[in-house]
Design a protein around this ligand. Structure first.
Ligand SMILES: Nc1nc2c([nH]c(=O)n2[C@H]2C[C@H](O)[C@@H](COP(=O)(O)OP(=O)(O)OP(=O)(O)O)O2)c(=O)[nH]1
Length: 131
């Protein structure tokens, strides 16, 4: 089974967190779910480099990686992921949705109202406890 190393950015601005919605895709169980922007780490890059590259590719957004938050291992029916999440900030709140179909800035206490990818649930719970 395929395994992916993934990075995800928890972008906090004015005590709200940027949540983005995936498009329809090959796998029903992640299609249209909310996630944190990010993606797969390429072989020649660090986690921080991967995160900055993905945010530019997906959102045209320059981010500052502040600190590690939580690493989650999750097995989906067709592949598994190790997802490293990081608290990030940004100087500009302007971005363009290039791959996702919607976004929301959400107060930490309301994060559980969104329909998240399963791998994100431990991150969402920790954010709701700590933010
Ligand atoms: N970016 C991101 N990916 C997540 C999250 N939760 C989760 O299960 N994933 C999974 C979905 C994908 O299978 C994988 C990330 O791959 P992706 O397809 O978004 O990455 P990518 O931008 O490198 O895409 P591609 O080049 O392979 O098309 O991790 C999350 O919060 N953020």
């Amino acid at each position: 089974m395929k395994h992916y190393e993934v990075v995800a950015a928890i972008i906090i601005d004015d005590n709200k967190i940027l949540c983005v919605q995936r498009d329809h895709g090959k796998y029903d169980y992640i299609s249209l779910r909310y996630e944190f922007p990010g993606g797969k780490i390429e072989s020649d890059e660090t986690k921080e480099q991967a995160l900055k590259r993905e945010l530019l590719e997906e959102l045209d957004l320059n981010i500052k990686v502040e600190r590690k938050f939580l690493t989650v291992n999750h097995q989906y029916p067709d592949f598994s992921v190790t997802m490293h999440s990081f608290i990030c900030s940004t100087l500009s709140s302007k971005f363009n949705l290039k791959e996702h179909i919607a976004f929301e800035w959400v107060n930490p206490e309301k994060l559980s109202n969104l329909d998240w990818t399963e791998a994100d649930l431990p991150i969402v719970s920790k954010l709701m406890r700590e933010c």
